[in-house]
Design a protein around this ligand. Structure first.
Ligand code: NAD
Length: 363
């Protein structure tokens, strides 16, 4: 297959590209504008052989997207390009509307025009896979607010949309656009909504890498509010495996929720990382503390902060036979170990040198 991946230089997109290049014979066309979150160094050189092509293109550019489709003739699209950081969406929602809504519209329309002109056989095989988030569903009641013993609800594929932040509202809009392009124009689409990811090559502004790198630098470890918010965590390579299964075996019109059944309070996530660092990097701990957790600092809560997310991933497990390979501690151990072993990658992100070119250049 020839798969056009948008956002393949980002955190999850690069995991998808690495998975496809390592485990399949597929050709990959990575379309990425290289915003601050895009990093070509997340695709190791040894994987960038003849099956990999990079196009630095903004998905909002209709003429360029038309050219990309005509030049590369993909069999499927995996759409991950997005503005993805909730805090940035609160400070500046415009970029989120532009990329996540206008960009998805532009991409859908380029895909529709291309798909309509395919031969009957290729038309029937084409799939547009839109990658989205569980944040479109809003939040769920927190166990602390329910009578003890109450059954805790989960997000299913039928949960109504109720986004809370500009980020999740823009992702909800993009999901609606994708469904409407299928219903109105017949474009074959599938949508996946996933819980919080963590793992290697995660941009340091996000919670997990931010905590690991601050801890190693002896800086405060900020936790919003009282740290009681619950997220459902999934190791990024398990997500990438699920996405590659969906693009090949998902049926047109389906929606799949993807999650790891790993509900954790934010404070417990931070404590787990600290305990792993105490075990794996005791010599890097600042001299004035006895445990990395001593650096935990509570800060003012994020406005509109969702209380709890939790995914029911039964459908993808039953229909496609997918289940996560990593539990929370094994995945987090791999993640902490990766950051300890790959300082050159994150140092180049922290210093901005990743914007200058491949590792070893622009020093
Ligand atoms: P990311 O911010 O790490 O990467 C986004 C990528 O998109 C970057 O490489 C960036 O350069 C590129 N991009 C941004 N605007 C673009 C544009 N206009 N044109 C072309 N490329 C552009 O994001 P991520 O965490 O890898 O998330 C990928 C997708 O998965 C997003 O759609 C996000 O909503 C969704 N998602 C993320 C999570 C998570 O926990 N990170 C969970 C569920 C779903």
């Amino acid at each position: 297959m020839k798969i056009l991946v948008t956002g393949g230089a980002g955190f999850i997109g690069s995991a998808v590209v690495r998975h496809l290049l390592k485990n399949t014979q597929d050709n990959v066309i990575n379309v990425d504008a290289l915003t601050y979150a895009g990093n070509t160094e997340s695709i190791p050189d040894e994987l960038q052989g003849g099956r990999y092509t990079f196009e630095q293109v903004d998905i909002c550019d209709a003429a360029e997207m038309k050219r990309v489709f005509e030049t590369h003739q993909p069999d499927a699209v995996m759409h991950l390009a997005a503005e993805s950081h909730v805090d940035r969406s609160i400070d500046g929602p415009g970029a989120f509307i532009q990329t996540n809504v206008v960009g998805t519209y532009t991409l859908l329309d380029a895909a529709r025009e291309y798909w309509q002109n395919l031969t009957k056989e290729r038309k029937a095989q084409f799939l547009f896979h839109h990658i989205s988030t569980d944040e479109v569903y809003g939040d769920l009641p927190h166990p602390d607010e329910l009578p003890s013993g109450s059954e805790l609800p989960l997000f299913t594929e039928d949960t109504p949309y109720a986004p809370s932040s500009p980020y999740s509202a823009s992702k909800a809009s993009s999901d609606h656009l994708v469904r409407s392009w299928q219903r109105t124009y017949g474009l074959p689409t599938v949508i996946t909504n996933c819980s919080n990811n963590y793992g290697p090559y995660h941009f340091p502004e996000k919670l997990v890498p931010h905590i690991i790198l601050n801890a190693l630098a002896g800086k405060p470890l900020p936790v919003y509010g009282d740290g009681s918010q619950i997220r459902d965590w999934l190791f990024v390579e398990d997500h990438a495996r699920a996405l590659c299964l969906v693009v090949k075996s998902g049926r047109v019109g389906e929606t799949f929720n993807i999650g790891g059944h790993n509900e954790k309070r934010n404070l417990d996530v931070v404590r787990t990382i600290c305990a792993l660092l105490d075990e794996l990097a005791p010599e890097q701990r600042a001299a004035d503390i006895s445990a990395y957790a001593d650096l935990i600092t509570f800060v003012k809560d994020r406005p509109g902060h969702d209380a709890r997310y939790a995914i029911d991933a039964t459908l993808i497990q039953k229909e496609l036979g997918w289940s996560p390979e990593e539990d929370f501690v094994s995945g987090m151990r791999k993640t902490v170990q990766w950051y300890l072993s790959n300082e050159s990658w994150w140092q180049r992100v922290l210093t901005g040198k990743y914007k200058l070119g491949r590792l070893g250049e622009g020093e």
